[in-house]
Ligand binder design. Sequence first.
Ligand code: GCU
Length: 656
Amino acid sequence: MFRNSRLPSFRLGNARNQTGRIVCIFGFALCMLTATSRKQALSADEATVQPSTVLAAVDHRHTVSLDGAWHVIVDPYGNGLYDSNGKAQSAGFARNLAQTDSTGPIEYNFAKSPTLQVPGDWNTQRESLMLYEGPLWYEKDFEYHKAPGKRVFLHIGAANYRSYLWINGYAICEHEGGFTGFDCEITQALRDGNNFAVIAVDSTRLADGVPTLKTDWWNYGGLTREVSLVEVPDRYIDEFDLHLKRGTRDEIEGWVHVVGAPAGSEIKVTLDKDGQTTSLTAKTEADRKAQIHLVDAKLQLWSPEHPVLYRVILAAGEDRLEDEMGFRTVEARGTQILLNGQPIFLKGISVHAEAPYRTGRAFSEQDAETLLGWVHELGGNYVRLAHYPHSERMTRLADRMGILVWSEIPVYWACHFEDPVVLGKAQSQLSEMIRRDRDKASVILWSVANETPATPARTAFLTTLVHDVHNLDSSRLVTAALLVRAEGNTKIVDDPLGDALDVLGTNEYIGWYEHTAADADHTQWDIRYQKPLIMSEFGGGAKADLHGDVSTRWTEEFQANIYEHQFVMLNQIPQLRGLSPWILMDFRSPRRLLPEIQDFYNRKGLISEDGHKKKPSSFCRRPTRKIPSGTLSNCVLLQPRFPEVLCCARLQPEIL
Ligand code: GCU
């Protein structure tokens, strides 16, 4: 692709061989129209693709923000991206050329093109782009002065769905996956002074994508989270794992990885709480990792009641990385979930990354504060972030607010489970999700899938992901939201994947998609695994402010009635350890087309997209005499049928 181009050669990231051969980054097939990424794979003769990486705690690194207005070109046919053979090329818009006498006709001009805001999906920024799915180009000029001995990465918080990055016309990297951040080294491509970045983002849904073609959320496209330049020294910390050792209250274990550090390099880890510090030094081994075992007898543990965060300082040679972390243990023992060795009940709700009030993909601090503020208002200590990793602002805020988190990758419905390429995509999204949020005390559950058909290929696919999680992060629990089969009025949880999971998640919609609300009262649950169970989805829809009797669908009363009866049923499930009804707030979905009711919104929220609290959510805010407010179990809705036993006594027996 590049070899015949007239571009001056440059060396890519850590491809430091002297040949000066351009490491071709990527070749792409004009798959956009064929909706599979198969042809996108590099043809044999293209050079190796330089994978992007994920820099740990990048939001605590020195960065130069590139957020703000970017020039954009909507390119529905990928005219500037794909050549006639369907291969992505750098000879198109990536060069950002200006018309001169010597050039042929240049049929684009970023400088004269309109702008869109970054971060932000393009759909809600311009009416004409609301339904747009396809390639769109971003261009931004920026000033940068190289500092000696520094390496520079381009950090992308998220780009939906496939993205291709150039700096000053040089190809840098590519990425597939719309909800995980990534970092690409640009040191070699940068100039001292004026530079320009060109990023093509293609939101085309792919049959062999993760997610696949069909979802129940809006396919918001674009650079949906922050973009910045990140500076690190020549040898730098790119990844670390520090967590409280299970069964202890004072032993922090883990490792710190330093890129480029020869064995025997010293690193120092310091925990600082209000000036009280505990430190440890350790040496890297051949794998550039230093193993950590730090004992802090005064360690304060993180919990929803006490979301204590430490300043954690990692120093390795020239590099110094600060982070804010809490320390807690989480484990499953029998049917119990134990937080810091104590049984816990996850009183929560599911949330999509839909921005309250302004709609579109949520990304801002304000979005996070509003959404998690509502979770606290409902008395929740837990949130299921569905169905993909949400912004890091959400998990950072959850750390500070003491809200436990279920984080998930979008292996959703009928992915191509028999396809190893698709498994590879899911594995890289999983690793990116874990690498970004491994340092978040709030995150206790990694979910590998939602509502996937229990075929052998799927179970093998997901079991591989479960093993990956355990290899990547031994300190958290793995779960998935399972479909449940029924025989008569018995729900049977015997999905073969249950064997591999630490915690079972089950979705059911009694009273909405199946049966009547009251049928829940007599529904038995036959759970074939002695593991903790979370009811990861239940509920029904209502148009805000539409009122009527409990049997009139779409009214708030109909929705509330479903919840009333759900709690009768939930109260009868002995191993229930958490719940996250579907869903906190109404969210956009291209599958929801009922006029005057849905209008492209899934209406199962307890709160509408403009903040109207529907009937079920108001039950929760009225405190009662008997139990202090702020716990979900004080919900009048729950109260009559949700005795305290669920909150405390019954949780204890197995432990004693
Ligand atoms: C499913 C699915 C959700 C969807 C919900 C619904 O269970 O997991 O993504 O939005 O049902 O139908 O509303």
